[in-house]
Write a protein that binds this ligand. Structure first.
Ligand code: IMP
Ligand code: MG
Length: 179
């Protein structure tokens, strides 16, 4: 077990690089089988999923394409709910098989908003592929078709995920230690 300090917090290893690689490979094999002949478009949601998307794409064995989006959030004018908007979508999704590649589905609100926004672009189908899902935190009804790991309700960093923009380059996943 190894420990890292990021700012004022302590994290310890919870999922090792080789376990991540193994699960990413398995997900890629499943996607390659399920979406054969569809030329899927991987839609990588920045920033958190850039490493996952790069590794996933290199394990997929069917023709596929990749595009990158970011979610901008701002305060809605009529409520305090955060409204998120997709920025950077420069690929025509009409008739496409879209695979949203996310780092983590927590409450699921981000993913729900993403699905809603993408539905206006007339894709043939949309599939959710996430590295992590926290089932205990999920508050919206989502079909998380492809998830590498279901994890407890703890805060994690590494393999693209950050704590206050730090820790994304860690090769293993680290979990916040309660002090
Ligand atoms: P949701 O809208 O609640 O599902 O939030 C998902 C977003 O919260 C993710 O895309 C991450 O950016 C962030 N997030 C949630 N849990 C964690 C975590 O454990 N570590 C790092 N980021 C997280
Ligand atoms: Mg994310």
């Amino acid at each position: 077990m190894s420990i890292v300090r990021i700012k004022d917090k302590t994290f310890e290893t919870s999922i090792l690089e080789r376990e991540i690689k193994q699960r990413v490979k398995e997900l890629a094999q499943q996607l390659s089988k399920d979406l054969e002949g569809k030329n899927p478009l991987l839609l990588c949601v920045l920033n958190g999923s850039f490493i996952f998307a790069a590794d996933l794409m290199r394990e997929i064995t069917i023709p596929c394409e990749i595009s990158f989006v970011k979610l901008a959030s701002y305060d809605g004018i009529t409520s305090t709910e955060k409204v998120k908007e997709i920025i950077g979508l420069n690929t025509d999704l009409t008739g496409r098989t879209v695979v949203i590649v996310e780092d983590i589905v927590d409450t699921g609100r981000t993913m729900q908003q993403m699905l809603y926004s993408l539905s206006f672009h007339n894709p043939e189908s949309i599939h959710i592929c996430t590295l992590f899902v926290k089932p205990e935190k999920l508050i919206v009804n989502l079909d998380v078709e492809y998830a590498a790991f279901s994890i407890p309700n703890d805060f994690i960093v590494g393999y693209g995920l950050d704590f206050d923009q730090q820790g994304r380059g860690l090769k293993d996943i680290y979990t916040l230690k309660e002090d």
